[in-house]
Write a protein that binds this ligand. Structure first.
Ligand SMILES: Nc1ncnc2c1ncn2[C@@H]1O[C@H](COP(=O)(O)OP(=O)(O)OP(=O)(O)O)[C@@H](O)[C@H]1O
Ligand SMILES: [Mg+2]
Length: 269
C-alpha cells in the first residue's frame, strides 16, 4: 500500500513516522517537475518505506509553494494522475490524502482517484462543507470529463462533544449493569437529581439528537457512511507515527477503522 500525502500540513507523513521537516525530496518536487526549468523528480524518487510496511510519498510545507505554479500549467489537474502511472501497478491500494480546503491538490487527488472517501468532522458545521464539494464534483465532470462521485463518508471524532456530559450510550445497547447493582437500584432509592445533573442530562440528550440528525443527513448523501468514535488512542498512534491498526486495533476507533479497511479492500478485488 502507498500513501500519497498531498497536504502541506503533512499529517499523513508524520502519522507514518516520517518527520516532515527532515524530508528532502517530496510531493513538492513531483508537482514542480511539470514546471519549466525545474528538475525532474519522479514518484519513485521520493517514495519511502515506513515501519508499518506502508510506503509513503511524503510532503511538507514546501508543497504550499507549488500551487501558484500549477495555475500556469494547462493540464494542471492531471499532474498527480500522470505521476502515479509508473508506480500504479506496484500497489494494491494507493491512498491520496488531500488538504481540507479546496485547491489544486484536491482537484489533482480527485482526478487521479478511482474512488473517493470524504471525511467529515462531527462538529456541528461539518455538513456545511458538503455543498461546495459536490459543486466541485460536477465542475470536474463538465471541465475535465471525469465522473467524480463520493463512495464513502467517514464521520470522525464521533460523539467527542459528549465527553463533557458523560459517555454516549451506544445505539441499541442499554447498559443493564450487573446483578448486585440492579438489586441496589431496586432497594436503595436514588436521591433526586440535582439541577446541574438535569441540565447535563438535557445537554447530553440534545447532543445525541444532533448526532442522529447528522448521521441521517449524511446517509442521504453518501452510499456508505461510517462513524468513527472518539478514541484517545488515535492521538497516541499519531504520536508514535504508526497506524491505529498497529498501535491499538481494539479501541473503539480502531475497530471501526478495521471495518472501513475491509470495505476499502473490496474495492481492490
Ligand atoms: N476518532 C478519533 N478519535 C480521536 N481523535 C481523532 C479521531 N479522528 C481524528 N482525531 C484527531 O483529530 C485531529 C484531526 O483529525 P483529521 O483526521 O481530520 O486530521 P487531519 O487530516 O490532520 O485534519 P485536516 O486535514 O482536516 O486538517 C487529529 O489530530 C486526529 O488525531
Ligand atoms: Mg487531512
Amino acid at each position: 500500500m502507498l500513501v500519497v500525502d498531498c497536504d502541506p500540513q503533512a499529517n499523513a507523513t508524520a502519522g507514518l513516522g516520517i518527520n516532515p521537516e527532515s524530508v528532502q525530496k517530496n510531493m513538492y518536487d513531483v508537482f514542480m517537475s511539470r514546471v519549466d526549468g525545474f528538475p525532474q523528480v519522479t514518484m519513485t524518487g521520493i517514495i519511502r518505506q515506513t515501519a508499518s510496511g506502508v510506503d509513503c510519498a511524503p510532503s511538507n510545507l514546501d508543497l504550499v509553494g507549488a500551487e501558484p505554479y500549477l495555475y500556469g500549467i494547462a493540464s494542471r489537474a492531471e499532474v498527480l494522475r500522470d505521476a502515479l502511472l509508473p508506480v500504479k501497478d506496484k500497489y494494491d491500494l494507493i491512498l491520496i490524502d488531500t488538504p481540507p480546503s479546496m485547491g489544486q491538490f484536491v482537484i489533482n487527488g480527485l482526478f487521479a482517484a478511482d474512488r473517493i472517501i470524504v471525511t467529515l468532522d462531527s462538529g456541528s458545521f461539518a455538513l456545511n462543507g458538503i455543498g461546495p464539494l459536490f459543486t466541485i464534483f460536477s465542475d470536474m465532470k463538465q471541465d475535465l470529463g471525469k465522473d467524480v462521485r463520493a463512495d464513502m463518508a467517514i464521520l470522525s471524532r464521533w460523539g467527542e462533544a459528549d465527553d463533557k456530559t458523560g459517555p454516549l450510550p451506544a445505539a441499541g445497547t442499554q447498559e443493564k449493569g450487573d446483578f448486585i447493582s440492579r438489586l441496589l437500584a431496586v432497594f436503595s432509592p436514588r436521591p433526586a437529581p440535582t439541577e446541574e445533573e438535569i441540565a447535563k442530562g438535557k445537554e447530553h440528550e440534545q447532543e445525541r439528537e444532533r448526532l442522529a440528525e447528522m448521521l441521517g443527513a449524511t446517509e442521504k448523501k453518501f452510499p456508505l457512511v461510517y462513524a468513527v468514535p472518539y478514541s484517545p488512542e488515535i492521538y497516541e498512534a499519531q504520536q508514535k507515527g504508526m497506524p491505529i491498526s498497529h498501535v491499538s486495533p481494539d479501541c473503539t476507533a480502531g475497530k471501526e477503522y478495521k471495518k472501513i479497511a475491509d470495505e476499502v479492500m473490496k474495492w481492490t478485488a
